[in-house]
Design a protein around this ligand. Structure first.
Ligand code: TYM
Length: 335
């Protein structure tokens, strides 16, 4: 059986990278698979979060997912901290994963930066919690953007080592699902840096909450180069900013880069940016409107998350009972 799990951190607004790299793909997959989508608030606190803002961002991200078309009846949508299995399994994985594996994680190195000694232990163990998220449901497939690939390799290593250590064939080896024309959306200010919630400049990203004027302004200010757009992908990919903007255009129009270039080759940026703005506003505008509508009723959003958490617990609890039994934890029959 195929089961899909994926997650997003409530550390700020959702941005175009989250949408094109992940959430839009979730909406496509939910038709054909059993899907579990999680707002990973426990991952968020690996770096400091103001409690009030964390609560607000959790609701905002949930509203963004629903507004983008994630169906909470057909799928499970919840926030991580409402399901204890994530923390329970993460602890076991802390004892399975090796220090050497975590030392190789590039995302930890990037996030901890020069102040490694000051990073939280949670930030270091982050990938083990991510493995627990997925494997607490024995999920088989994980739709993500390219930046999560290394974490999913670690998830496979953890699953394999657990199975070997205990002589069981228990956890599946997950497959990443990375698809679409924008698996790595880059910053609008620097085509070599990933678009990210943590970038200091708001001009580096298009947020799902940006209105039409803000989107137009950000696209207009986006860094470019002086040449008109080329007609081959090979030439395009030598130009990071051009490649990023055409990639975004292609993804928003649901084209691949070759088809997109057929439409825009030879044009200058001033011209192309108008079309890019139009398509971005036409895709994101309705999502933004729906998101605002949902946020007017936070009680509804909370109820969706509570119901999702109830259903998630029902899947994870029997799996955790088996895990505890495999590990050798003595348990009363009723947990
Ligand atoms: P997060 O919150 O950084 O991002 C959520 C999803 O958006 C994708 N993404 C991007 N895709 C393309 N271009 C970008 N610039 C871009 N920025 C973000 C991410 O790849 C991701 O799919 N560790 C995860 C959250 C997580 C998770 C999980 C994911 C926790 N547990 C279990 C999958 C399965 C993260 O920080 O994503």
């Amino acid at each position: 059986m195929n089961r899909i799990f994926s997650g997003v951190q409530p550390t700020g607004n959702l941005h175009l990278g989250n949408y094109l790299g992940a959430i839009r793909n979730w909406v496509r997959l939910q038709r054909d698979f059993e899907c579990i989508f999680c707002i990973v608030d426990m991952h968020a606190i690996t770096v400091w979060q103001d409690p009030k803002e964390l609560r607000a961002h959790t609701r905002e991200v949930a509203a963004g997912m629903l507004a983008a078309g994630v169906d909470p009846q057909a799928n499970i949508v919840f926030n991580q901290s409402q399901v204890p299995a994530h923390a329970e399994l993460a602890w076991i994985f802390n004892c399975v994963a090796r220090l050497g594996w975590l030392n190789r994680m590039t995302q930890f190195k990037e996030k901890a930066g020069k102040h490694r000694e000051n990073a939280s232990v949670g930030l270091y163990a982050y990938p083990n919690l991510m493995a627990a998220d997925i494997l607490a449901y024995k999920a088989t497939h994980v739709p993500v953007g390219e930046d999560q690939k290394q974490h999913l390799e670690l998830t496979r290593d953890v699953a394999q080592k657990f199975n070997n250590d205990f002589g069981v064939d228990f956890f599946p080896l997950v497959e990443p699902l990375i698809f679409g024309a924008a698996t790595r959306v880059m910053s609008l200010r620097d085509g070599t840096k990933k678009m990210s919630k943590s970038d200091e400049s708001d001009y580096s990203r298009i947020n799902m909450t940006d209105d039409a004027d803000t989107i137009a302004l950000k696209v207009r200010k986006a860094r470019t180069d002086p040449e008109p757009l080329p007609d081959t992908v090979e030439d395009l990919d030598k130009r990071p900013e051009a490649s990023n903007l055409v990639g975004i255009y292609a993804a928003l129009r649901d084209l691949d880069k070759v088809e997109a270039l057929r439409q825009v080759a030879g044009r200058n940026f001033a011209d192309f940016k108008k079309d890019l703005t139009d398509v971005a506003v036409s895709v994101l505008g309705p999502i933004n409107d729906e998101m605002q509508r949902l946020l007017e009723d936070p009680g509804h959003v909370d109820a969706v998350l509570a119901e999702g958490a109830r259903r998630a617990r029902a899947i994870a609890e029997p799996i955790m009972r088996d895990v505890y039994d495999i590990v050798g934890f003595l348990q009363a029959t009723e947990r």
